[in-house]
Design a binder for this molecule. Structure first.
Ligand code: 5GP
Ligand code: MN
Length: 314
């Protein structure tokens, strides 16, 4: 059922125990949304657990509460709990955290490819981030926003709109961010933490840059994270796609990452092409300008299939 802001406001009072989860490979929006809702619900006297079926990138650990995010096998819940799925199009996108769900599910999300799976949903494809939707809700409800909530929500919004540079940045996005700065978010601290690179990471970047390949008359750029390249970067390869996206003349950027001999993880970004439609061909989704999918093929074959599909959609 589609919820209004008012329905949602009433929903919390029906539950004492609430599990919050978000998608695997959690990005800034997933983590920021999780933490902001966690802080607020704790202040309401609720029992709250945050569960993510993945390691949390170290760069997010400066945020208050990040240390309380747990892995699914450490958590016990029951049918009386409310299960909140944040920034994810389906429960499956939460990996093993989805196996903990035994009761009613609320989904707060902003993906165009949302699968409308929950008992209650608040899905806003018109906003740049789940954190932007949450900020608007908190403002509408007149919630006293703590600095920790504001900091988490600002990080959520900023990371999903490329620090207010991508085409999903609207006046509303900026107004929500301005409200968060007034409530104690510190844009400089957030940027410093997210942009700080160890020398090892910087050296890994130089290795990754060597592997940018161009296709389709230099309008498509891709990076392959083979096991060899992953030795340099480690598992968190999230930010590298922007370097491919920023190559002059490139419209579509992609990364293909080795998961196993028969599984390849794909990320897509674009300036004009609908990459959600391309990801959907392989069973994935996301947004028009940023999407992802997993292809059950070896990396080199998956890359060929992907490039073919990108060219078909251009
Ligand atoms: P990323 O490339 O950063 O992993 O993902 C880009 C966007 O697409 C994010 O909003 C992410 O949630 C979404 N996305 C990535 N992979 C998938 C997928 O396999 N399925 C769906 N439905 N969405 C995805
Ligand atoms: Mn998001």
């Amino acid at each position: 059922m589609n919820c209004t802001s008012h329905d949602l406001q009433n929903l919390w009072s029906r539950y004492h125990s609430i599990m919050l989860t978000a998608h695997v490979s959690p990005d800034g929006d997933a983590i920021g949304s999780l933490l902001a809702l966690y802080h607020w619900l704790k202040e309401q006297g609720k029992q709250v657990v945050m569960v993510v079926d993945d390691d949390i990138d170290d760069k997010f650990k400066f945020l208050d509460g990040a240390e309380a995010i747990q892995k699914p096998n450490a958590v016990h819940t029951d049918g009386q709990w409310l299960y909140v799925v944040l920034d994810a199009t389906s429960a499956d996108r939460c990996g093993k955290a989805a196996d903990l769900i035994q009761g009613k599910v609320l989904n707060i999300d902003h993906h165009i490819s949302n699968e409308h799976f929950a008992d209650w949903e608040f899905v806003r494809p018109d906003v740049a981030a789940t954190g932007e939707a949450l900020t608007a809700l908190f403002l509408e409800w007149g919630v006293g926003m703590t600095a920790a909530m504001a900091q988490a929500l600002y990080m959520a919004i900023a990371t999903d709109c490329g620090f207010f540079k991508f085409s999903n940045t609207t006046g509303h996005t900026l107004r929500m961010a301005a409200n968060l700065v007034d409530a104690g978010a510190a844009p400089n601290t957030i940027s410093e933490h997210l942009e700080a690179q160890s020398l090892i990471k910087l050296r890994a970047l130089s290795e990754v840059l060597k592997h940018i390949e161009l296709f389709a008359g230099n309008t498509v750029a891709g990076i392959s994270f083979t096991p060899e390249v992953l030795k340099h970067t480690g598992e968190h390869t999230g930010g590298y796609i922007d370097y491919a996206r920023n190559v002059k003349g490139v419209d579509v950027a992609f990364t293909v990452k080795y998961i196993s001999d028969n599984e390849t993880r794909v990320s897509l970004r674009s300036k004009t092409v609908d990459v959600n439609a391309i990801a959907a061909v392989f069973g994935g989704g996301g947004h028009v300008r940023a999407a992802g999918c997993t292809i059950a093929e070896p990396l080199s074959k998956a890359k060929k299939m992907l490039v073919k599909e990108i060219i078909r959609n251009k």
